[in-house]
Design a protein around this ligand. Structure first.
Ligand SMILES: C[S@@+](CC[C@H](N)C(=O)[O-])C[C@H]1O[C@@H](n2cnc3c(N)ncnc32)[C@H](O)[C@@H]1O
Length: 269
């Protein structure tokens, strides 16, 4: 009798162990809440994307422009928040890297140059990018600060991007996805800002500040900005992203942690 009980108990335990093991087996698919994909499909796709990224960079002759120390700042933020919403101004040779570090999150790029987009996306069709036609040129950078001071629709009390045609610094031409999502990390490494007729980064910086200010979810918005050795980037960052929010500075990269505005009547800084 005792023998039978022991055999029964052992069989039950084995069955539970087998079932538990199967539920953790990545090759077994479980329907997700929306019924379209599965958690385990996601795992396989994420791993596949990361392997592709390793192959891509191991066989590529061009390397990203940021230094290892600069990349590390964004990498550490991304690693701690993924899966998250990452918005990147500017497509580049680093785009695949950022997407592959956030495989289950949303990574969206905003690029002004369609020719450059085609060149970057040619072999990387899964990278998500929107083309943006900026309303500014670098040449106007100083004048746009006067415009900001005079135009109430630019003021922090207004803090609107969608439909804001009066404030030239507001990116009012973006897709609804950009306005409707809360971006956990905003990387500003574009648009071009090194010759007079280039769009400059003024409206990207202003709009990132507005998005961060309007955050409703928990936590802060991380804004990382490259090329802070240039005057326009420096001045606009201090005006809208604020010195008090600057948490790291490495090489040409600044990292801001911007809390949501609790009181809309306060200024940007
Ligand atoms: C400063 S780059 C970003 C570089 C990126 N972080 C990297 O490591 O490759 C951003 C902008 O420069 C422009 N750009 C960069 N390299 C380019 C190239 N080789 N040809 C044309 N445009 C380029 C694109 O319009 C892009 O939005």
């Amino acid at each position: 009798m005792l023998k039978l009980a022991i055999i029964g108990l052992t069989c039950t335990t084995l069955l539970i162990l087998i079932l538990f093991g199967m539920s953790n087996n990545p090759t077994v698919c479980e329907p997700s809440e929306n019924g379209n994909s599965t958690v385990n499909d996601d795992t396989i796709m994420s791993e596949h994307l990361q392997v592709e990224a390793i192959l891509h960079y191991a066989t590529s002759r061009v390397i990203p422009q940021q230094t290892m120390e600069e990349i590390n700042i964004s990498f550490n933020i991304l690693k701690s928040l993924t899966p998250c919403n990452l918005l990147v101004f500017g497509l580049g040779h680093d785009s695949f890297m950022w997407s592959s570090i956030n495989p289950r999150g949303t990574t969206l790029f905003l690029e002004e140059d369609p020719k450059w987009s085609r060149a970057i996306l040619k072999d990387l069709s899964f990278i998500r990018s929107n083309t943006v036609r900026y309303r500014t040129t670098l040449y106007e950078a100083e004048k746009l600060i006067e415009h900001y001071n005079k135009e109430p629709d630019c003021w922090a009390t207004k803090s609107i991007l969608r439909g804001n045609s009066k404030c030239k610094l507001a990116l009012n031409m973006l897709s609804n996805e950009v306005y409707d999502k809360e971006w956990d990390i905003i990387m500003i490494d574009g648009p071009k800002g090194y010759f007079d007729q280039a769009p400059g980064r003024m409206s990207a910086i202003y709009s990132a500040a507005v998005m961060a200010r309007n955050r409703k979810g928990p936590g802060v918005t991380h804004v990382v900005m490259h090329d802070v050795d240039r005057d326009v980037e420096k001045v606009y960052a201090q005006l809208f992203l604020c010195r008090k929010n600057l948490v790291h500075g490495v090489g040409k990269l600044w990292h801001f942690e911007i809390p949501p505005a609790l009181d809309m009547n306060t200024d940007f800084c």
